[in-house]
Design a protein. Structure first.
Length: 84
């Protein structure tokens, strides 16, 4: 590395890479702290659809429903649906 500008380019590139990685990690942990689900898939609605189509019986649907971890915000919605 005889050229002094090359050293600056390398350091600047490494700095940009570290800033991008740091931003990604910070956003990941921020999302975890706020309870933002990274995978917005609603498995329960998919299973209800299969039950309505007759591909799952009530026992299978019940086991699947209990096996899915519940998000605290979704528990209130499920209780409201069951009471309606």
């Amino acid at each position: 590395m005889q050229i002094p500008e090359a050293r600056w380019i390398i350091w600047l590139t490494l700095l940009v890479i570290f800033v991008l990685i740091g931003t990604y990690v910070a956003m990941y942990f921020r999302g975890q702290a706020k309870g933002i689900v990274q995978e917005p898939a609603d498995y329960l609605s998919d299973f209800r659809k299969l039950k309505d189509e007759g591909k799952l019986d009530d026992e299978e649907f019940g086991r699947l429903k209990q096996a899915i971890p519940k998000h605290p915000m979704m528990e209130d919605d499920d209780q409201a649906k069951e009471n309606a």
